[in-house]
Ligand binder design. Sequence first.
Ligand SMILES: N[C@@H](CCC(=O)N[C@@H](CS)C(=O)NCC(=O)O)C(=O)O
Length: 211
Amino acid sequence: MSGLQIYGVPISRSISNIWACLELGFPYENVPIGWDDNSIYSDTFRAINPNARVPAMRDGDFVLWESLAINLYLVRKHGGPMAATDLAQEALAWQWTLWAAVHLERPLMRWAFHRFILDEAERDPKAAEAGMAEAMPLLAVLDSELGRRPFLAGDRFTVADLNVGCAMFRAHHHLDTPDKPNLARWLRAVFTRPAAERAWAIRVAEAARLA
Ligand SMILES: N[C@@H](CCC(=O)N[C@@H](CS)C(=O)NCC(=O)O)C(=O)O
């Protein structure tokens, strides 16, 4: 098989990898593995990702899963301005990627689910509050770091920003950060990028199609 395939309907985290491809201007095929047809739990897909989770990626014979690892791979492979130019910048991309996956995403998504994603009847305001209480110090770390430099690994948008942005993709529209001006500036810069807006539009169109 040739070409790049991104597995996962674009209402899932596969949108993170679609965003990366759009940033890179790299063509991809989106294979709509998802829940409607249970294809995510099929043996065929488990052979690609034994976790039965999306996204996953196939690049020729190479298969990879974990959305943020896929972005690190795509940017490393295709280069361009998002790629690191030295080891320190590459290490910063690993740092921010792990931080986003290990620390930021879970509490932020807990907040997002109970604030606006779940149907109203299923939302638990206490869970939203607990999620935000845990996320707040992490958002303060972002604000403080972004007070020192325009982007997370220096003066330009890199895969470090992309991957932290991916962890905030669902939440960013609803985040109110008037007390965190550096974070607010960064959120604006990241999510008004043409590729980010295009990715958001793809996600919205798919959500509307499924509604
Ligand atoms: N850490 C993984 C998380 C993957 C994940 O949990 N994806 C969700 C969709 S966004 C999923 O496939 N869930 C499987 C299920 O709902 O059974 C990544 O970033 O790729």
